[in-house]
Design a protein around this ligand. Structure first.
Ligand code: ZN
Length: 327
C-alpha cells in the first residue's frame, strides 16, 4: 500500500514537472527574438537626408517599397526616391500631420503610384494636411488609420503598430505618431515619428516586449522630450539614427540626449545632419550601416547648437514659429 502511494506521488510529481517545463518553454518561446528565417535577399532602409524632418525609405528584396514620412514641403524627396529606383510605393505612412513629416506627401502621391496610405488619425487643420487627404481621395488610394496591436506582413517583413492606441491624445499630434516596428528575419527596426514621453510611457507600460529593436530611429529628431533612459532601456538598440538638419532652429539634437548617448557609447550613433543619408541593410541576421558622408568620432555627440556654431550655420528664421509649436 505504502509502495503504491509512493509511486503515485512520483507520477504526480513527474506530471507537475512536465507541465511546468511545457509552460516555461511556451512562455520562453513567446518572449524569444523572432527566428532568423525565412527571409531571402537583403532589406535596405534609408534614412533620407531631407533636411529638418523625417523620411525613411524601406525597400524589400521581394520588390515592395514602404515610405515612412515625406520630409517638409520643398524637400528633394521625389528626386531621391527616383534615384533609389522607386517606381511604386506599396505603403506610405504619415506618422503624424506636422509639415516636416507630410509636407511632400501630395507631390509623392502625384509622382509615384501609391497603393495605400496610413495616417495617425489625429485631426489637424493645416492646408498641408488637407492637401494630403484630398490627393489620396482624388486618387482613390486605400486609406487606413491603424492602431496599437495591428500588424501587417509585407514580403518577408512584419510591421507591428505600437502607437497610437484607440484613445488618441487630444492635445499633442506628436503623441499620436504612428510608431511601427519592422521585423526582418531576426533584425528589428523601430520607427517612431515624433512620439514624446507621454506616448512612450504608454508603450512601455503595455507593449514593452514589442519595443525591443536593433535599430532605433530617435523620436522627434533627438529632442529631450522624446529620448530618455527608460526609452533606451526598453528598446535596447545597438544602433540609433537621428534625422535633423544642421543649423535647425529647434536645437535638435538636444544636449541632454547627446549626454545620454555619449554615456552609452556601445550604441552606435548616426545622424543625417552630419553624415547625409544613412543606409542600413539587413540579411535577416545582421545590420550593416553606411553613410553618404563621414563624421569624425569626436563630432558625433555635438549638440545641434554646437554643430551649427562650429560650422557657422544659421537657424532658419521661417521655422521659428514652428519651433515654438514643438514640431
Ligand atoms: Zn518632426
Amino acid at each position: 500500500m505504502a509502495k503504491r502511494l509512493n509511486s503515485s506521488r512520483v507520477i504526480i510529481a513527474l506530471l507537475i514537472a512536465v507541465i511546468a517545463a511545457v509552460v516555461y518553454l511556451y512562455r520562453h518561446k513567446l518572449e524569444r527574438a523572432p527566428e532568423p528565417g525565412p527571409v531571402s535577399g537583403k532589406l535596405t532602409i534609408r534614412f533620407l537626408d531631407i533636411g529638418q524632418g523625417d523620411a525613411e525609405l524601406v525597400q524589400l528584396p521581394s520588390g515592395e517599397t514602404i515610405l515612412i514620412d515625406s520630409g517638409d514641403r520643398g524637400s528633394a524627396t521625389v528626386e531621391m526616391l527616383k534615384k533609389y529606383g522607386v517606381r511604386e510605393i506599396d505603403l506610405l505612412i504619415a506618422t503624424h500631420p506636422h509639415a516636416d513629416h507630410i509636407g511632400e506627401m501630395r507631390d509623392i502621391m502625384r509622382a509615384f503610384k501609391v497603393k495605400e496610405l496610413w495616417d495617425s488619425g489625429f485631426p489637424h487643420t493645416t492646408k498641408t494636411y488637407a492637401d494630403m487627404l484630398q490627393e489620396r481621395k482624388d486618387q482613390g488610394i486605400k486609406f487606413l488609420k491603424p492602431k496599437r496591436g495591428e500588424s501587417r506582413k509585407i514580403g518577408d517583413a512584419l510591421l507591428e503598430v505600437l502607437n497610437p492606441s484607440n484613445d488618441l491624445p487630444d492635445d499633442n499630434p506628436n503623441n499620436a505618431s504612428l510608431v511601427v516596428r519592422l521585423t526582418f528575419g531576426s533584425t528589428r527596426f523601430l520607427f517612431t515619428g515624433d512620439a514624446e514621453e507621454k506616448s512612450w510611457q504608454q508603450m512601455i507600460a503595455s507593449e514593452k516586449d514589442k519595443l525591443r529593436a536593433d535599430l532605433l530611429k530617435s523620436a522627434h529628431h533627438g529632442s529631450s522630450n522624446a529620448n530618455n533612459e527608460d526609452i533606451l532601456d526598453a528598446v535596447s538598440p545597438k544602433i540609433i539614427t537621428i534625422s535633423c538638419a544642421e543649423g535647425n532652429d529647434y536645437h535638435h539634437p538636444h544636449p541632454k540626449v547627446m549626454r545620454l548617448l555619449r554615456e552609452r557609447e556601445a550604441v552606435k550613433l548616426y545622424r543625417t545632419d552630419m553624415e547625409g543619408t544613412i543606409t542600413a541593410t539587413s540579411d535577416g541576421n545582421t545590420i550593416e550601416v553606411t553613410t553618404e558622408k563621414q563624421a569624425s568620432k569626436n563630432d558625433i555627440y555635438l549638440t545641434g547648437d554646437e554643430l551649427a556654431e562650429r560650422n557657422g550655420a544659421k537657424p532658419d528664421s521661417k521655422k521659428k514659429s514652428a519651433a515654438r509649436k514643438g514640431m
